[in-house]
Design a protein. Structure first.
Length: 317
């Protein structure tokens, strides 16, 4: 069994301008860890920067794995399969962490032995060609939360608008992910959305720490700053999986949350496609109506079944 406490997984693609800052922020943690860099077939000098960084930091346990370009999800999955740490942390290679806060966060999560530890992030804007960064997040003084089940936290998360679907400001117990066969969906944009929901539905121990350790760099040409038709098609794929989770869920409160999430995502899709992608928007609307009508019919069917059972019991009495 490995003695490593943490595996830090960093997919790398076209980030030569940002990679060294990212890697530098992850050094000297004082924790038994490994840094797994997944070169996702990057065409720029990112791989050379990573190799030079490893040579200059031999005291750090840095592993570089190269693969043909397969996208963010498969790069993360490759790192997860190679990881040996008790916990895994997914860091985007154009972002960086505040080292001291990250260290504190990791140690508290490990001490609590939770399946998922939830942190906080600051949004950092890149100011044109000035190489200047500006934090635009209001820093709040959060208290540590109690350990809850994933479903309890999911309900709190949606009711109080306190946490988003991003995975890079959380860390996960590796065996929890592997035992439940939770991986990122291959080739899908918005992969964090369904990953977060699935982990919350299956986690026994989740805790919110409220530590602002992650710096999310909002840059002009990042995946999340540009929206293509595929982006909305992938959102619909997430919706279909959320629908499956909802149909299997026995807790009525969680079913309601998942239903609300389906409505929320479809409204986003329709709002942003009806002028730019008119034909596809009509298909999205049709699918939305079909999905919601099917769910309503299923609810009515279940209601009549319950009434029938109740009626038969009364007859027997």
């Amino acid at each position: 069994m490995s003695s490593l406490k943490l595996s830090i997984i960093i997919p790398v693609y076209n980030v030569e301008k940002y990679l060294e800052k990212c890697l530098g922020s992850l050094c000297n943690l004082g924790i038994e860890n490994e840094i797994i860099i997944i070169n996702d077939g990057t065409p720029d000098d990112s791989l050379e920067i990573a190799e030079n960084f490893r040579q200059a930091h031999r005291n750090e346990n840095i592993v570089i794995i190269s693969q043909e370009n397969q996208g963010l999800s498969e790069a993360r999955n490759r790192g997860l399969k190679a990881a040996k740490g008790e916990y895994v942390s997914f860091i985007d290679s154009d972002d960086f962490v505040d080292t001291e806060e990250y260290r504190t966060f990791i140690k508290e999560v490990i001490e609590d032995s939770v399946d998922i530890g939830i942190g906080r992030y600051k949004k950092i804007l890149e100011k044109g060609n000035e190489n200047r960064l500006e934090c635009v997040t209001e820093i709040r003084d959060y208290k540590r939360g109690e350990i809850k089940t994933g479903k309890e936290y999911l309900e709190k998360m949606y009711r109080e608008f306190m946490h988003g679907p991003e995975v890079w400001d959380d860390i996960f117990r590796r065996e929890f992910l592997l035992e439940n066969r939770i991986f990122f969906k291959k080739g899908r944009i918005h992969e964090d959305e369904i990953f977060t929901i699935e982990t919350m539905l299956k986690a026994s121990k989740v805790k919110f720490y409220g530590i602002y350790y992650y710096n999310y760099l909002q840059r002009g040409q990042s995946i999340m700053s540009t929206r293509s038709l595929k982006s909305y098609q992938d959102m619909e794929k997430n919706i279909n999986e959320i629908y499956s989770f909802m149909m299997e869920e026995k807790d009525e409160r969680i079913r309601k949350i998942l239903e609300e999430e389906i409505h929320r995502l479809y409204k986003i899709i329709i709002k942003h496609t009806e002028s730019r992608y008119k034909e596809e928007s009509r298909i999205f609307k049709k699918n939305y109506r079909k999905l919601t009508s099917g769910y309503k019919e299923n609810k009515l069917r279940k209601m009549f079944l319950r009434l029938g059972k109740s009626f038969r019991k009364r007859i027997k009495i």
